[in-house]
Design a protein around this ligand. Structure first.
Ligand code: ZN
Ligand code: ZN
Length: 73
């Protein structure tokens, strides 16, 4: 109702950043992220690995086709 209430509820800690998986729509503390804002969780990445990566070193963003490296977050 009041502005003060909304401001005080602003996030206090940034350590627990939640990512929304664009594939399954669930929230995760860890997701593979692309610079364009696309996120995919470990589970979906594993399921779609055959279509996301061809070498196991980089994965291709389905949104912008950028190459992103594994383990380089
Ligand atoms: Zn997912
Ligand atoms: Zn992208």
């Amino acid at each position: 109702m009041t502005e003060a209430t909304q401001q005080s509820r602003k996030e206090k800690r940034r350590s627990k950043k939640i990512h929304l998986c664009h594939c399954c729509g669930r929230e995760f503390q860890f997701c593979w992220n692309c610079r364009c804002g696309f996120s995919i969780c470990q589970e979906c990445m594993y399921e779609n690995e055959w279509g996301m990566t061809c070498n196991g070193i980089t994965w291709e963003c389905p949104d912008c086709s950028a190459q992103n490296g594994f383990g380089n977050q």
